[in-house]
Design a protein around this ligand. Structure first.
Ligand SMILES: [Cu+2]
Length: 139
């Protein structure tokens, strides 16, 4: 009897764990994802210079004046007028968006005014979405 009860509780726990996992994977990510804007400024800075976001959020880089682009230190993105074919530093009023699917720290720079270690640089820290959705599930 005791074993049956324990077994049933174990089953419930397994189901709950599976549901939690499913929810974390299939949570309405698109609905919860947010979009942030980072401006490349005429004074060769980015605003904000450091930004913390959740996994799957988007960052739209926008040229606020000057000759700029944005290049990830790890080369995961390179954007100006767009992030595919027109990525060189540009003085146009460009904007281009990047979605961050993987947690981590992503340093980036403007090729015209910086590099991987100095000059016109910014940082985006991406926090694992599971932690956010996990709290929703537990409550
Ligand atoms: Cu620049």
């Amino acid at each position: 009897m005791d074993a049956v009860v324990r077994g049933a509780a174990g089953c419930r726990r397994v189901v709950a764990t599976a549901l939690t996992t499913l929810f974390a994977i299939s949570a309405p990510v698109a609905a919860q994802a947010r979009t942030f804007e980072v401006i490349a400024n005429p004074d060769m800075t980015f605003t904000p210079a450091a930004l913390t976001i959740y996994q799957y959020d988007r960052v739209v880089f926008r040229n606020g004046g000057g000759l700029h682009n944005v290049v990830a230190d790890d080369n995961s993105f390179r954007c100006a007028v767009n992030c595919n074919t027109n990525t060189a530093p540009s003085a146009l009023a460009w904007s281009a968006g990047v979605q961050f699917r993987r947690p981590g720290s992503y340093g980036y720079f403007c090729e015209q005014h910086g590099d991987t270690t100095s000059g016109m640089r910014g940082l985006i820290v991406v926090i694992d979405r599971v932690f956010v959705d996990g709290f929703d599930v537990v409550q």
